[in-house]
Ligand binder design. Structure first.
Ligand code: AHR
Length: 341
């Protein structure tokens, strides 16, 4: 079984380190990396003795949510006493694949990553499996049919987030007879949150004939793209009633475009976003965003717990769902001062 193999590998590593030290070959000390020679005669750098080494491949730094998520992972790794190898993929799948391969070569104890897109992971995940390195997905899922390629997936239910956005909108317009024109700013094309938030939202509004999505385009989860795409929506459509943005940052960029067009965000155009990071909550408190669906970025402690459990051979849930809420403008105002991220 993999967990036993992992524990066996950790024990073997400690044995090799102790043996090298006894033979006077250990050039390191304390928790410093140790140079060892493998059976093929290649020089490799073994991880520091006694410390769990976790390789983490992050999507990038595209949003306030992402920064809060990176901080949470770094802080929790330090608290757990893990050595963290953190790699920023700059929103490119090929960079994440390179990082994972590098973690495998470095023989880390565990790999965690937040996949930029859902598809195309089977080969590299198979490589990790063959190397006996457990993989944990955080924040975003992969669409691999072989679920033995990873131990668990820790993160939000993005479909439910989309449904929450849709339900609020349906409630707002339940008595409206006229068509309500919605524009949608999608997240990164092919990413789990973009696919799921769209599906959840559409599932809820589809039976309301007057709620019509008149334009939908990616803003790549960034403020700059959110602004740019909203500008083009405003040029193409004179009568937008609602903006549904898949994250706060795109919504905040869109607000700039709406104001530049002489319109009042939150009044002339009703705005719904997802995340509830500090900047988004501040805009909601000001009435510029009408409704925010929360997506919790503080996944670090749960991730470190999962790594510990997997390496100890403890059975863990295959899916760990984050608990989240929603905020109207009034609710955002009430909690803004205490919002940590
Ligand atoms: O995967 C989570 C999403 O990614 C967040 O909603 C968004 O802000 C981030 O970039």
């Amino acid at each position: 079984m993999k967990r036993a193999t992992k524990l066996g590998a950790a024990a073997a590593l400690i044995a090799v380190t102790l043996f090298s030290a006894a033979c006077g070959n250990n050039t390191g000390s304390g928790n410093s990396p140790t140079n060892t020679t493998n059976a093929g005669g290649e020089q490799t750098t073994a991880p520091a003795a006694g410390k769990v080494v976790l390789g983490f491949s992050q999507v990038g730094a595209e949003s306030g949510w992402r920064s809060a998520n990176s901080d949470s992972v770094k802080e929790a790794a330090a608290t757990a006493g893990f050595e963290l190898k953190f790699s920023d993929a700059q929103q490119k799948q090929e960079n994440q694949i390179k990082a994972i391969r590098s973690f495998i070569l470095q023989k880390v104890d565990a790999i965690a990553f937040s996949p930029v897109v859902e598809s195309g992971w089977d080969t590299v995940l198979q490589e990790a499996k063959e190397a006996g390195i457990p993989v944990i997905l955080t924040d975003r899922a992969v669409d691999s049919k072989d679920t033995s390629l990873y131990e668990t997936f820790i993160g939000s239910d993005f479909v439910e987030e989309g449904r929450r956005a849709g339900k609020w909108l349906v409630e707002q317009y339940k008595d409206a007879a006229e068509p309500i024109k919605i524009v949608e700013l999608q997240g990164t094309t092919g990413s789990a949150p973009a696919i799921d938030r769209k599906n959840g939202f559409e599932e809820v509004i589809k039976d309301q004939a007057n709620l019509q999505i008149i334009a939908s385009q990616t803003g790549d989860f960034t403020r700059a793209k959110g602004k740019e795409v909203m500008q083009s929506f405003l040029q193409a459509h004179k009568d937008i009633d609602v903006l549904y943005a898949h994250n706060d940052d795109m919504g905040l960029g869109a607000i700039q475009a709406i104001e530049a067009a002489g319109l009042v965000p939150g009044k002339d155009i009703i705005i719904i976003t997802v995340d509830a990071v500090k900047d988004g909550m501040a805009a909601a408190a000001e009435g510029k965003i009408n409704f925010i669906v929360e997506c919790n970025p503080l996944l670090g402690p749960q991730l470190m717990q999962a790594v510990n459990d997997v390496l100890a051979g403890t059975e863990i849930e295959r899916r760990i769902v984050t608990e989240e809420g929603t905020f109207t403008s009034e609710e955002a105002k009430a909690v803004l001062a205490d919002r940590k991220y």
